[in-house]
Design a protein around this ligand. Structure first.
Ligand code: SAH
Length: 213
């Protein structure tokens, strides 16, 4: 599998579509233009990679819709060298978008099959997260905390307390909260004890599950 001008052209069109849908952050749009999403997907779906849709990956999981990836990344308001904890690596596409935005990424996946597959893929592609951990994202990564930003890419019944405690004061945590559908939720840590919550639209994610598998 390789990247071609045709793929690049389709990515430019996808970025145009995301702008029409309201994404404005230039570095996010540039990351969408650069990251070869078709290489993160099973070859049977590769032809659809630049549609704005989620698709199945291994272990009954999905690669998030590009709009969702762009929306969550924009909400993070990333600055270069921010440390970002990502829960739910999956295909690694969101991870790659964060890396293109110059973040230092710590990412956790609970499905062993996906962890192994994506780990090999990152090496092959030269994507270098600071850490890629097989584990339970509910617990976060206490040894590397606190983080400037935290992003959860699976639907959580509630915001895990461990993740709130691992966010820097002034940091932003973006997480879809709910069961069937989820409300995209932004928590800004305004002081040691206070968080400001803002809710955005409704999205649909696979569930955030406890323990690794
Ligand atoms: N950002 C990914 C989304 C994958 S779907 C992509 O675009 O490819 C969500 C992922 O979260 C799945 O891979 C699932 O296995 C993982 N996940 C669910 N609960 C988790 C947990 N507690 N800790 C870490 N990963 C989890």
């Amino acid at each position: 599998m390789k990247d071609t001008y045709r793929h690049k052209g389709m990515r430019n069109q996808l970025a145009e579509l995301l702008m029409e849908k309201g994404i404005t952050d230039t570095k996010v749009l540039n990351a969408i233009r650069e990251v070869p999403r078709h290489l993160f997907m099973d070859s049977s779906f590769e032809g659809h990679a630049y549609q704005d849709k989620a698709f199945p990956i291994a272990a009954d999981q999905t690669i998030s819709q590009p709009y969702t990836v762009a929306f969550q990344t924009e909400l993070l308001q990333l600055e270069p060298n921010h440390t970002v904890l990502e829960i739910g690596t999956g295909s690694g596409y969101q991870t790659a978008v964060l890396l293109k935005c110059k973040a230092k990424v710590y990412t956790i996946e609970r499905q062993l099959e996906l962890f192994k597959k994506t780990n090999l893929f990152f090496k092959k592609m030269g994507y270098r997260p600071k850490k890629f951990v097989f584990g339970d994202g509910y617990k976060g990564l206490p040894e590397d905390a606190p983080f400037d930003r935290i992003i959860v890419t699976a639907g959580a019944p509630e915001v895990p307390k461990a993740l709130m405690s691992q966010l820097k004061v002034g940091g932003r945590l973006v997480i879809p909260v709910g069961f069937e559908d989820q409300i995209m939720t932004l928590l800004e840590r305004t002081s040691e004890k206070e968080f400001k919550k803002t809710e955005y639209g409704s999205f649909r994610f696979v569930p955030l599950l406890e323990d690794k598998n």
